[in-house]
Design a protein around this ligand. Structure first.
Ligand SMILES: Nc1ncnc2c1ncn2[C@@H]1O[C@H](COP(=O)(O)OP(=O)(O)OP(=O)(O)O)[C@@H](O)[C@H]1O
Length: 263
Protein backbone atom coordinates (compact mmCIF):
# COMPACT_ATOMS: atom_id res chain seq x y z
CA UNK A 1 0.00 0.00 0.00
CA UNK A 2 1.39 3.38 -0.93
CA UNK A 3 -0.88 6.12 -2.14
CA UNK A 4 1.33 8.94 -0.90
CA UNK A 5 2.28 11.66 -3.31
CA UNK A 6 5.76 11.03 -4.72
CA UNK A 7 7.42 13.74 -2.63
CA UNK A 8 5.82 12.73 0.67
CA UNK A 9 8.42 11.71 3.24
CA UNK A 10 11.32 12.78 1.07
CA UNK A 11 11.47 16.34 2.39
CA UNK A 12 14.92 17.20 3.66
CA UNK A 13 13.56 18.55 6.97
CA UNK A 14 14.06 16.15 9.85
CA UNK A 15 10.91 14.28 10.83
CA UNK A 16 11.94 14.95 14.44
CA UNK A 17 14.43 17.44 15.77
CA UNK A 18 14.58 17.60 19.55
CA UNK A 19 17.16 19.68 21.38
CA UNK A 20 17.71 19.63 25.13
CA UNK A 21 14.37 17.90 25.69
CA UNK A 22 13.27 17.47 29.29
CA UNK A 23 10.05 16.12 30.83
CA UNK A 24 9.05 16.03 34.49
CA UNK A 25 6.15 14.29 36.13
CA UNK A 26 5.06 16.00 39.37
CA UNK A 27 8.49 17.54 39.72
CA UNK A 28 10.31 14.26 39.05
CA UNK A 29 12.58 14.34 36.00
CA UNK A 30 11.84 11.53 33.54
CA UNK A 31 13.84 12.97 30.61
CA UNK A 32 16.82 15.29 30.70
CA UNK A 33 18.73 17.07 27.98
CA UNK A 34 17.70 14.73 25.17
CA UNK A 35 18.84 15.54 21.63
CA UNK A 36 17.25 13.44 18.91
CA UNK A 37 17.14 13.86 15.15
CA UNK A 38 15.15 11.44 13.03
CA UNK A 39 15.63 11.86 9.29
CA UNK A 40 12.83 11.16 6.80
CA UNK A 41 12.79 7.48 5.93
CA UNK A 42 14.99 6.52 8.85
CA UNK A 43 14.19 3.53 11.09
CA UNK A 44 15.16 4.21 14.68
CA UNK A 45 14.76 1.82 17.59
CA UNK A 46 14.49 3.37 21.00
CA UNK A 47 15.93 1.04 23.62
CA UNK A 48 16.65 1.19 27.33
CA UNK A 49 15.79 -0.44 30.63
CA UNK A 50 12.32 -0.23 32.14
CA UNK A 51 11.64 3.28 33.35
CA UNK A 52 14.48 4.83 31.35
CA UNK A 53 12.08 7.24 29.61
CA UNK A 54 11.38 5.64 26.21
CA UNK A 55 7.60 6.06 26.32
CA UNK A 56 7.98 9.52 27.79
CA UNK A 57 10.22 10.51 24.90
CA UNK A 58 7.72 9.36 22.28
CA UNK A 59 4.84 10.98 24.19
CA UNK A 60 6.80 14.24 24.23
CA UNK A 61 7.42 13.99 20.48
CA UNK A 62 3.70 13.38 19.94
CA UNK A 63 2.74 16.30 22.19
CA UNK A 64 1.02 14.01 24.69
CA UNK A 65 3.21 15.29 27.54
CA UNK A 66 4.69 18.79 27.62
CA UNK A 67 8.40 19.49 27.44
CA UNK A 68 9.60 21.28 30.55
CA UNK A 69 12.70 22.38 28.64
CA UNK A 70 14.11 22.16 25.15
CA UNK A 71 12.83 22.68 21.64
CA UNK A 72 11.03 20.31 19.31
CA UNK A 73 10.48 20.55 15.57
CA UNK A 74 8.35 18.14 13.54
CA UNK A 75 8.95 18.05 9.78
CA UNK A 76 10.75 21.37 10.02
CA UNK A 77 8.01 23.16 11.97
CA UNK A 78 8.18 24.10 15.66
CA UNK A 79 5.92 21.63 17.46
CA UNK A 80 3.59 24.34 18.81
CA UNK A 81 2.89 25.43 15.21
CA UNK A 82 2.73 21.91 13.76
CA UNK A 83 -0.94 21.16 13.04
CA UNK A 84 -0.56 18.42 10.47
CA UNK A 85 -0.77 15.70 13.11
CA UNK A 86 -2.04 13.18 10.56
CA UNK A 87 1.53 13.00 9.24
CA UNK A 88 2.38 11.09 12.40
CA UNK A 89 0.74 7.76 13.18
CA UNK A 90 0.94 6.38 16.70
CA UNK A 91 0.42 2.89 18.02
CA UNK A 92 0.59 3.10 21.82
CA UNK A 93 2.07 0.50 24.13
CA UNK A 94 -1.00 -1.04 25.72
CA UNK A 95 -3.31 -1.32 22.82
CA UNK A 96 -5.45 -4.36 23.00
CA UNK A 97 -9.10 -3.54 22.65
CA UNK A 98 -11.59 -4.42 25.34
CA UNK A 99 -15.16 -5.50 24.76
CA UNK A 100 -16.58 -2.15 25.88
CA UNK A 101 -17.14 -0.55 22.49
CA UNK A 102 -18.54 -2.82 19.79
CA UNK A 103 -16.72 -2.08 16.54
CA UNK A 104 -15.58 -4.11 13.59
CA UNK A 105 -12.03 -4.15 12.30
CA UNK A 106 -13.22 -2.10 9.35
CA UNK A 107 -14.77 0.54 11.62
CA UNK A 108 -11.67 0.77 13.78
CA UNK A 109 -9.41 1.15 10.76
CA UNK A 110 -11.83 3.64 9.19
CA UNK A 111 -11.54 5.82 12.28
CA UNK A 112 -7.85 6.26 11.44
CA UNK A 113 -8.84 7.48 7.99
CA UNK A 114 -11.48 9.85 9.34
CA UNK A 115 -8.94 11.39 11.70
CA UNK A 116 -6.77 12.25 8.70
CA UNK A 117 -9.59 13.85 6.78
CA UNK A 118 -10.80 15.92 9.76
CA UNK A 119 -14.21 15.26 8.37
CA UNK A 120 -17.10 17.60 8.76
CA UNK A 121 -19.19 14.91 7.08
CA UNK A 122 -19.14 11.59 8.89
CA UNK A 123 -18.61 9.32 5.93
CA UNK A 124 -15.74 8.09 3.82
CA UNK A 125 -15.41 8.68 0.12
CA UNK A 126 -14.79 5.67 -2.13
CA UNK A 127 -11.09 6.56 -2.30
CA UNK A 128 -10.92 6.54 1.52
CA UNK A 129 -12.71 3.20 1.67
CA UNK A 130 -10.19 1.82 -0.80
CA UNK A 131 -7.33 2.95 1.45
CA UNK A 132 -9.03 1.33 4.46
CA UNK A 133 -9.46 -1.95 2.58
CA UNK A 134 -5.89 -1.77 1.33
CA UNK A 135 -4.57 -1.14 4.81
CA UNK A 136 -6.53 -4.05 6.27
CA UNK A 137 -5.04 -6.24 3.54
CA UNK A 138 -1.55 -4.93 4.30
CA UNK A 139 -1.76 -6.30 7.85
CA UNK A 140 -3.35 -9.53 6.58
CA UNK A 141 -6.75 -9.11 8.19
CA UNK A 142 -9.00 -9.18 5.09
CA UNK A 143 -10.89 -12.18 6.39
CA UNK A 144 -11.51 -10.44 9.70
CA UNK A 145 -12.61 -7.09 8.28
CA UNK A 146 -16.21 -7.54 9.41
CA UNK A 147 -15.38 -9.24 12.72
CA UNK A 148 -15.86 -7.49 16.04
CA UNK A 149 -12.41 -6.39 17.09
CA UNK A 150 -12.93 -7.71 20.62
CA UNK A 151 -13.17 -11.25 19.18
CA UNK A 152 -9.64 -11.08 17.70
CA UNK A 153 -6.51 -12.40 19.36
CA UNK A 154 -4.16 -9.89 20.98
CA UNK A 155 -1.76 -10.07 18.03
CA UNK A 156 -4.57 -9.59 15.52
CA UNK A 157 -5.90 -6.62 17.50
CA UNK A 158 -2.45 -5.10 17.43
CA UNK A 159 -2.34 -5.54 13.66
CA UNK A 160 -5.76 -3.89 13.39
CA UNK A 161 -4.59 -0.94 15.45
CA UNK A 162 -1.46 -0.63 13.36
CA UNK A 163 -3.77 -0.63 10.33
CA UNK A 164 -5.76 2.17 11.95
CA UNK A 165 -2.56 4.21 12.25
CA UNK A 166 -1.59 3.35 8.67
CA UNK A 167 -5.01 4.30 7.29
CA UNK A 168 -4.05 7.92 7.87
CA UNK A 169 -1.05 7.32 5.55
CA UNK A 170 1.40 8.86 8.01
CA UNK A 171 4.86 9.96 6.94
CA UNK A 172 6.14 8.78 10.31
CA UNK A 173 4.87 5.88 12.38
CA UNK A 174 5.67 5.83 16.08
CA UNK A 175 5.17 2.46 17.72
CA UNK A 176 5.55 1.60 21.37
CA UNK A 177 6.47 -2.07 21.81
CA UNK A 178 4.78 -3.34 18.62
CA UNK A 179 5.94 -6.92 19.12
CA UNK A 180 5.36 -7.30 22.86
CA UNK A 181 3.13 -10.28 23.55
CA UNK A 182 2.68 -11.03 19.84
CA UNK A 183 3.12 -14.62 18.71
CA UNK A 184 5.69 -15.58 16.11
CA UNK A 185 3.25 -15.77 13.19
CA UNK A 186 1.90 -12.29 13.95
CA UNK A 187 5.44 -10.95 14.47
CA UNK A 188 6.35 -12.15 10.99
CA UNK A 189 3.30 -10.47 9.45
CA UNK A 190 4.06 -7.26 11.32
CA UNK A 191 7.69 -7.35 10.22
CA UNK A 192 6.63 -7.80 6.59
CA UNK A 193 4.19 -4.89 6.97
CA UNK A 194 6.86 -2.64 8.44
CA UNK A 195 9.36 -3.66 5.76
CA UNK A 196 6.86 -2.60 3.09
CA UNK A 197 6.34 0.74 4.82
CA UNK A 198 10.07 1.41 5.02
CA UNK A 199 10.44 0.55 1.34
CA UNK A 200 7.68 3.11 0.63
CA UNK A 201 9.67 5.76 2.53
CA UNK A 202 7.83 5.84 5.86
CA UNK A 203 9.88 6.95 8.85
CA UNK A 204 9.69 4.56 11.80
CA UNK A 205 10.39 5.29 15.45
CA UNK A 206 9.99 2.09 17.41
CA UNK A 207 10.21 1.62 21.16
CA UNK A 208 11.08 -1.99 21.69
CA UNK A 209 12.59 -4.51 24.03
CA UNK A 210 12.64 -7.08 21.25
CA UNK A 211 14.73 -6.17 18.23
CA UNK A 212 14.44 -9.84 17.16
CA UNK A 213 12.65 -10.02 13.81
CA UNK A 214 13.07 -6.27 13.24
CA UNK A 215 16.89 -6.49 13.22
CA UNK A 216 17.19 -6.22 9.44
CA UNK A 217 15.03 -3.11 9.38
CA UNK A 218 16.67 -1.07 12.09
CA UNK A 219 19.34 1.33 10.93
CA UNK A 220 19.95 3.09 14.19
CA UNK A 221 19.51 2.52 17.90
CA UNK A 222 19.08 5.18 20.55
CA UNK A 223 19.56 3.85 24.07
CA UNK A 224 18.18 5.76 27.04
CA UNK A 225 19.53 5.51 30.57
CA UNK A 226 17.77 7.30 33.39
CA UNK A 227 16.11 9.69 30.96
CA UNK A 228 19.28 10.57 29.04
CA UNK A 229 20.65 9.34 25.72
CA UNK A 230 23.45 6.89 26.53
CA UNK A 231 24.10 5.63 23.02
CA UNK A 232 23.03 6.77 19.59
CA UNK A 233 24.38 4.82 16.65
CA UNK A 234 24.20 1.68 14.57
CA UNK A 235 22.69 -1.42 16.10
CA UNK A 236 25.92 -3.12 17.10
CA UNK A 237 25.87 -6.64 18.53
CA UNK A 238 26.94 -5.16 21.82
CA UNK A 239 23.87 -2.96 21.96
CA UNK A 240 21.49 -5.63 20.73
CA UNK A 241 22.82 -8.53 22.74
CA UNK A 242 23.97 -6.63 25.79
CA UNK A 243 20.73 -4.80 26.26
CA UNK A 244 18.25 -6.29 28.67
CA UNK A 245 15.16 -4.45 29.71
CA UNK A 246 15.49 -5.02 33.41
CA UNK A 247 19.25 -5.61 33.69
CA UNK A 248 20.40 -3.77 36.83
CA UNK A 249 23.95 -3.68 35.43
CA UNK A 250 22.80 -1.57 32.51
CA UNK A 251 23.99 1.71 33.99
CA UNK A 252 24.24 5.28 32.73
CA UNK A 253 26.81 5.47 29.97
CA UNK A 254 30.23 6.98 30.51
CA UNK A 255 33.07 7.72 28.06
CA UNK A 256 34.91 4.51 29.02
CA UNK A 257 31.76 2.46 29.00
CA UNK A 258 29.63 3.78 26.16
CA UNK A 259 26.92 1.20 26.53
CA UNK A 260 26.70 1.33 30.31
CA UNK A 261 27.14 -2.43 30.68
CA UNK A 262 29.85 -2.46 33.35
CA UNK A 263 29.00 -2.50 37.01
N1 LIG B 1 2.18 9.44 33.95
C1 LIG B 1 3.25 9.37 34.75
N2 LIG B 1 3.25 9.97 35.96
C2 LIG B 1 4.32 9.92 36.78
N3 LIG B 1 5.47 9.29 36.47
C3 LIG B 1 5.53 8.68 35.27
C4 LIG B 1 4.44 8.69 34.35
N4 LIG B 1 4.80 8.00 33.24
C5 LIG B 1 6.07 7.58 33.45
N5 LIG B 1 6.49 7.99 34.66
C6 LIG B 1 7.84 7.76 35.23
O1 LIG B 1 8.76 8.31 34.32
C7 LIG B 1 9.89 7.46 34.18
C8 LIG B 1 10.04 7.01 32.73
O2 LIG B 1 8.93 6.19 32.40
P1 LIG B 1 8.67 5.65 30.94
O3 LIG B 1 7.37 4.92 30.96
O4 LIG B 1 8.85 6.75 30.00
O5 LIG B 1 9.87 4.64 30.77
P2 LIG B 1 10.04 3.44 29.73
O6 LIG B 1 11.49 3.40 29.41
O7 LIG B 1 9.08 3.62 28.62
O8 LIG B 1 9.64 2.20 30.62
P3 LIG B 1 9.03 0.76 30.17
O9 LIG B 1 10.08 0.09 29.38
O10 LIG B 1 8.77 0.09 31.48
O11 LIG B 1 7.77 1.06 29.40
C9 LIG B 1 9.68 6.30 35.15
O12 LIG B 1 10.30 6.61 36.36
C10 LIG B 1 8.17 6.29 35.32
O13 LIG B 1 7.82 5.78 36.59
Amino acid sequence: MNTKPPDAGTSTAAAVRLRGGAVSYAGQRALSDVDLDVAPGEVVALLGPNGSGKSTLVRAILGLVPLSAGTLELFGTPAHRFHDRARIGYVPQRHTVGGGVPATVQEVVSSGRLARRRLITPWLRPADRAVVADTIATVGLEEKACAQISTLSGGQQRRALIARALAGEPDMLVMDEPLAGVDLANQEILTRTLTGLVEAGTTLLIVTHEIGPLADLIGRTVVLHHGRVGYDGPPTDEVLNGFAGTDPHFLPASPGDPFGFVD
